[in-house]
Design a protein around this ligand. Structure first.
Ligand code: PEP
Ligand code: MG
Length: 319
């Protein structure tokens, strides 16, 4: 099968009824980048920058960070890389940062909350990203945005750093895209201005599931209990699709679910046209998308719903 997937790597993920989906890969270290070519991914939809920090005994300085970002962009060539700013706290721990004891780390001081409370650390990463881009296009997204103002604050900080570095003689990124990760249900109900301002939205399905179902993604006992293909979750995603469509904002999905064939199919039937996943999933997902009709998938799903099913899974699996 692997040789077969490789043979298809150059083919678009276009369904039988003509729906084309952009398939991208998730990455976290430079060594992931060769998978871009092998898998035929159209860029990196999620580059988890915190991995660089997690594997080191101390905080990487500006030069180290900028050099890494530069090498990642060079390795990707013409393909876009979406860097996610530091997503720390909860399940992602930095060995050199004192850990605050928190009763519920997943609901605690993490990701963008840390970044906005520790602007020195955040600005250092922003500067490294701008420097590492060396005038090339730069795409960055902020994790765990829970209310609109967090995105506006992060965006403002970023844009101020761009102007500051340009004044200091650094080249301006040729095209700058600043997006947000939608990982909490609250954001689905954010004001229109958020969706209109964001350059793109990327759904972090792992965290969104965790918060939607109040089920810890790290807890074996509860995490398998709830289904991405449950219609209530798909409805939530449908609202995100609708809001982004209305605002004309590009949308993608980058949680683990994107890499599972049935889930990928359901996501596309729900309206997603870009999925980002681990490289090994790209072949199988491309395969199922090319074999399927999205119209028919959607019809099966609504049939199951009308028949009273809680989830689309059984119907899709049968089919
Ligand atoms: C997610 O939450 O779905 C996501 C893509 O980010 P992470 O798994 O790194 O939290
Ligand atoms: Mg997440």
């Amino acid at each position: 099968a692997r040789a077969h997937y490789r043979a298809e790597a150059g083919q678009p993920a276009t369904s039988r009824d003509g729906v084309t989906v952009r398939l991208r890969m998730n990455a976290g270290i430079l060594a992931d980048l060769p998978s871009l070519k092998q898998s035929g991914a159209e860029g990196v939809g999620l580059f988890r920058t915190e991995l660089q920090f997690m594997i080191r005994g101390r905080m990487p300085g500006r030069e180290v960070q900028a050099a890494l970002y530069s090498r990642v962009l060079s390795a990707a060539g013409e393909r876009e890389v979406v860097f996610r700013t530091l997503d720390i706290g909860s399940d992602k721990v930095l060995p050199f940062m004192r850990r605050e004891e928190e009763p519920n780390p997943a609901l605690g001081w993490r990701a963008i909350r840390v970044a906005l409370d520790r602007p020195l650390l955040f600005r250092m990463q922003i500067q490294s990203l701008i420097r590492g881009s060396e005038g090339r296009p730069l795409s960055v997204m902020f994790p765990m945005i829970t209310e609109a103002d967090e995105y506006f604050a992060a965006r403002e900080l970023f844009l101020a750093e761009v102007e500051r570095l340009v004044r200091l003689g650094h080249p301006r990124p040729r095209r700058l895209r600043l997006g947000l990760m939608l990982e909490t249900p609250s954001l689905v109900f954010a004001p229109d201005r958020l969706f209109e301002t964001a350059d793109f939205v990327s759904v972090g399905g792992n965290d969104l599931m965790q918060f939607f179902y109040a089920a810890d993604r790290e807890n074996e006992r509860v995490r398998g209990r709830y289904d991405v293909l449950n219609f209530s979750f798909l409805d939530l995603l449908g609202q995100v699709v609708a809001r982004c469509a209305r605002a004309g904002t590009p949308l993608s999905f980058c949680g683990e679910a994107a890499g599972r064939p049935l889930e990928a199919l359901a996501l596309v039937a729900t309206g997603f046209r870009e999925l980002s996943m681990r490289p090994a999933s790209i072949g199988p997902v491309r395969r199922i998308l090319r074999a399927a009709s999205i119209d028919e998938t959607a019809a099966r799903m609504s049939e199951a719903r009308q028949g009273g099913a809680a989830s689309a899974r059984a119907a899709l699996a049968d089919w």
